[in-house]
Unconditional design. Sequence first.
Length: 137
Amino acid sequence: MTWARKKPLKPSRWPLADRATALRRSKLKARVKKPTVAEGSKYLEACRGEPCYLRFLGCFGDSETVVPCHSNQSKHGKGMGKKADHKYTVPGCMWCHAKLDQSPLARESKVAVWDSAYERWEPVRAAKMGLTEEAAA
């Protein structure tokens, strides 16, 4: 079923951007460098085969289920629907990872556990990846 409009549309109050403005905006968007998969995967790969560094109370240190655990702190790039940067990961077992992300523990205690694990993990990761500590930070 088709129908015809009886009145023409009103002209918009907001003028469309001219071509020069559109080109300038597209150049601004193109400048943002996004990390490649290879840059981030080297940090994730470093966690493989390591023991659990989080060590929440009750952790068994099961190294078979160790995965990279990203920081949940906004200072590391975490946001709504966005993970923290890959360099802010710590090896953690499945149990500790779930405790970090999903448990009702106080946020302060989770931050304290993650920060202490990252302090211990950062020099180990730097040595494993062949980085200096300044480049790892």
